[in-house]
Design a protein around this ligand. Structure first.
Ligand code: CMC
Length: 431
């Protein structure tokens, strides 16, 4: 954050107030209103934070107009093409790409933490089999503070580090267990000889009765999905993690809060909702009907997987995933998959429609990810847990950054109160 000596003036009730202006390393300037209430006695009003920076950060940068996403300065398309998920995790957590030795050490530390406490197996059995895996995930990740209370002291940097590694390592195991539990199959233990993505596929799809071979093209596609979801600056779930942690709550509780927020269909739940929508549309001839519904102000239906608060041109993650969808479906011999045909035609129709052009609505990351995941054999209910396990590194990196910041304060927004003014209590017989 550079103090440019620039200021903005606010005139209010005959007084002028100077507001400092900060210049970021890239992106629009930011007005510093921290002293506004103390000096002028007013609040700012910005529901949905459309114009508000809630923190400073060095992790991720998004230029929504240009469709740019950078992690620690590196463009997401380069990371998706040349890097892999655990290397991106290292980059997000520690700020630089690792050397070969650092990467090996990091991968070893993550791999050694992939098993969960054996008693967690019993904990799972308290859930109904038909529970949504996101419901199970929120509960089990929240319960990690009961199983790993030797890494909940946020004042201890070593415990913070252990908690970060545990979360990154165990989320795939827990997500896979939620899947296995919901389909009535035995839990599958992680395998340390497999890489992160291949191990996740193994835990989801292998059964004790036979050998399971992880196809390297599928594990590469899985890894790319993890990479593309790894972080996205101050989105709703990340802001939830930061707000929860601002009170000093332990990391497992904070990540559980992030998972709960992610579940909503406007956020991470959109990948499941999008695939369900594509199935409901069913064939290309029904597309006009759904486009009309999405444009109808009196119909709550929205085109799932379309639109973004920040991206107003293109979502760079969606571009990579569209290509990945073609590759994976071809590998699986289902390139004529009707859902992919509907998705491609829907995308073209929407992109040429004045409503979507005017409102700058483009396919987002959730538009193509579901098609890939379904082709791989995941049930739709697993889509959002996969998003959650991928995003855990982003949440924990932002959490670490925040805890390490000496300016860290409890988050406490104010409000525009429009309710009753003070009035006297009325006894029940007089109401
Ligand atoms: N279909 C039809 N109309 C839409 C859509 C859509 N998907 N998205 C936005 N609009 C319209 C909206 O009705 C509004 O119209 P008007 O100006 O006439 O009132 C205008 O576009 C602006 O929308 P908004 O809701 O004010 O924009 P927002 O920034 O608050 O919401 C969003 C962003 C992602 C929640 C929204 O676009 C949406 O609901 N999309 C569908 C759900 C989805 O795909 N979510 C995944 C987001 S990316 C991954 C993630 O974050 O997890």
């Amino acid at each position: 954050m550079t103090d440019t000596q620039k200021t903005a003036q606010l005139s209010l009730n005959g007084e002028t107030y100077e507001l400092p202006v900060f210049s970021p390393s890239v992106g629009p300037d930011v007005l510093d209103i921290r002293k506004l209430y103390a000096q002028a006695g007013v609040f700012t009003y910005d529901p949905g934070f459309t114009s508000t920076a809630s923190c400073d950060s060095t992790i991720t940068y998004i230029d929504g107009e240009e469709g740019i996403l950078l992690h620690r300065g590196y463009p997401i398309d380069q990371l998706a093409a040349k890097s892999h998920y655990l290397e991106v995790c290292y980059l997000l957590l520690y700020g630089e790409l690792p050397t070969a030795a650092q990467l090996e050490d990091f991968e070893t530390r993550v791999t050694r933490h992939t098993m969960v406490h054996e008693q967690m197996h019993n904990f799972f059995r308290g859930f109904r089999r038909d529970a949504h895996p996101m419901a199970t995930l929120v509960g089990v990740v929240g319960a990690m503070s009961a199983f790993y209370h030797d890494s909940t002291d946020i004042a201890d940097p070593w415990q913070r580090e252990v908690a970060a590694i545990r979360l990154i390592a165990k989320l795939p195991t827990i997500a896979a267990m939620a899947h296995k539990y919901s389909i009535g199959q035995p839990f599958v233990y992680p395998r340390n000889d497999l890489d992160y993505a291949a191990n996740f596929l193994h835990m989801c799809f292998s059964v004790p009765a036979e050998q399971y071979h992880v196809d390297p093209i599928l594990s590469r596609a899985m890894d790319r999905i993890f990479t593309l979801h790894a972080d996205h600056e101050q989105n709703a779930s990340t802001s939830t993690v930061r707000l929860a942690s601002s009170s000093g709550a332990n990391p497992f509780a904070c990540i559980a809060a992030g998972i709960a927020c992610l579940w909503g269909p406007a956020h991470g739940g959109a990948n499941q909702a999008c695939l369900e929508m594509l199935k409901e549309i069913g064939s290309v001839d029904r597309i006009p009907e759904f486009i009309a519904r999405a444009k109808d102000k009196n119909d709550p239906f929205r085109l799932m997987g379309f639109g973004h608060r920040v991206y107003k041109n293109t979502d760079p993650r969606a571009k990579v995933l569209k290509q990945s969808a073609d590759e994976v479906l071809e590998l699986l011999g289902v390139e004529n998959n009707p859902l992919l045909q509907v998705a491609k035609e829907l995308e073209q129709t929407a992109l040429n429609d004045p409503y979507f052009i005017e409102k700058k609505l483009f396919p987002n990351v959730d538009f193509y990810s579901g098609i890939i995941l379904e082709a791989m054999g995941f049930p739709t209910a697993m889509f959002t847990p996969i998003f959650a396990l991928s995003r855990t590194v982003g949440w924990i990196s932002q959490w670490k950054e925040m805890i390490g910041d000496p300016q860290n304060k409890i988050g406490r927004p104010r409000q525009l109160y429009l309710g009753e003014t003070a009035r006297d209590y009325v006894d029940i017989e007089n109401r």
